[in-house]
Design a protein around this ligand. Sequence first.
Ligand SMILES: Cc1cc2nc3c(=O)[nH]c(=O)nc-3n(C[C@H](O)[C@H](O)[C@H](O)COP(=O)(O)OP(=O)(O)OC[C@H]3O[C@@H](n4cnc5c(N)ncnc54)[C@H](O)[C@@H]3O)c2cc1C
Length: 270
Amino acid sequence: MDPDLTIVGAGLTGLTAAIEAAERGWGVVVTEAHSRPGGRARSLAGPYRANAGPHAIYVDGPWWTWLESRGLTPPIVEAPPHSGIVRAGGRLGPWPAELGKAIAALPARAPTEETFRAWLLRHTDAKTAEAIIGVAFIFTFDHDPGRLSAAFTRQGLHRALAGGARYVTGGWSTLVDLLAERAAVQWQQSALRAHCTGAIDPPGTTWHDRPAVNRNGTLSVATDQSAAPGLLAEVGIAAAQLAVQRLAETGKAGKATSEPAARQRPALPR
Ligand SMILES: Cc1cc2nc3c(=O)[nH]c(=O)nc-3n(C[C@H](O)[C@H](O)[C@H](O)COP(=O)(O)OP(=O)(O)OC[C@H]3O[C@@H](n4cnc5c(N)ncnc54)[C@H](O)[C@@H]3O)c2cc1C
């Protein structure tokens, strides 16, 4: 039987889309080039489990709320307070109190069009600005966070330091297992879908502008290759939710049935 929806990639984005679609009663097929779900959200085997991709999960964002409402939240821990050792003034040591004060004194919001460095220099001295830019390395993974949008980096700074960054017990594979189990869709393991890749946004557009992918009548929700480090998993997940919602609105995918086709199919491997 033809699926109502084909999702390319069983990363966090694809799994989220699969759950949203299955909740609408659609028959869903997920094709995944690798033998395991999770994509970049992968934890290495023990005894010391390391996350190969995402580390911090944010409990102050819409995705966490989405997980909570479905009983899908993984066990999490907070980083121990004062656990950070930083290199300041050429020396390793505890987080300098004056740096915390300087960050706390910054305005809560910053403009999108201005660079983070230019914005900081309007609010603090050059040395402190560079120290704050150094902190932003941690969550942007960028070689020079000072060149990034002030709005983006200011928000990231707040979320990383004062916001809801937590760490998944057992690594992100714990969460992937929960999502894969809930997705309960037909699983085409190690199936590379040809002529179809994750969406990369053209210059000047963002995931907000991205339509659901529609090829030859076979509907596909592509995974989000543009969700780079620094752009949290939330970005791709929001795109997936939007794509499924748009497909539902256009009536191009899914036929509501009393016995959802998705539930009759074999589940993803754990
Ligand atoms: C080093 C690093 C650190 C990060 N840290 C964080 C963090 O702390 N917090 C956070 O929220 N986010 C973080 N991120 C971002 C987060 O990892 C990604 O946003 C998220 O994992 C992307 O999920 P995705 O499903 O969109 O894409 P992916 O994880 O890339 O999954 C795409 C899947 O699609 C499959 N696929 C692609 N094309 C095809 C095809 N044609 N046919 C079949 N299968 C295909 C791939 O095999 C893959 O499994 C980090 C990323 C990296 C790399």
